[in-house]
Design a protein around this ligand. Sequence first.
Ligand SMILES: [Zn+2]
Length: 216
Amino acid sequence: MLKELRQRVLVAAKKLREYDLIVMAGGTVAARDSETGLVVITPSGMEYDDLTWEDMTVIDAALNKVDGARKQSVCSDMFMEIFKARSDIGAVCHSHSRYATAFACCNMQIPVITTTQGNLVGGPVPCTHWVHPDPHEPAYLRDIVETIGFGFACNIRNHGPVVCGRTVEEAIENIITVEVTAQTTYIARQLGNPDYLSEEETLRAYQFCKSSVGQG
Ligand SMILES: [Zn+2]
């Protein structure tokens, strides 16, 4: 079931490898089917190079597996909490990409330093508040959902970014943008004192992109 969405999630997941955002099996991609509310999510602990669309797992809101031979990602509960909190979100992805994770390890938000970050993500990427040895702890999951708020991304403390999109293609574009922004910020700070976009400039960049860029 949901073959087309499972194929799209696979293509998106492989882009994380293509852009060097994940090492081995260290990432998760999921998309929600708008008709059924079911979620397609990457499997647990499998290297992305080996995945086929049939390895994508289909789960329901109670985290029951509905289709697929593989065990679902360990992030399933986190992703489902985000989907439940945000009806406008169609996809979520997560990686341990180096530069974004470095910001999370320093408890620093990734600022809006480029108009591209404003265009696509629409704001800075804040860090969550605490680390927990059990990633299924309800307070830990609530912290992630609340830190994302009405935005599209957060950076889990000492762990890595969680980024959303209206579609799975948009979510992947956003998480790649977050990593590039983190890297650009790091480089710019070596060079001097970078300028950052104001809230108003960021909003204008975001609105411009959503109304003017792309094929419609
Ligand atoms: Zn992780």
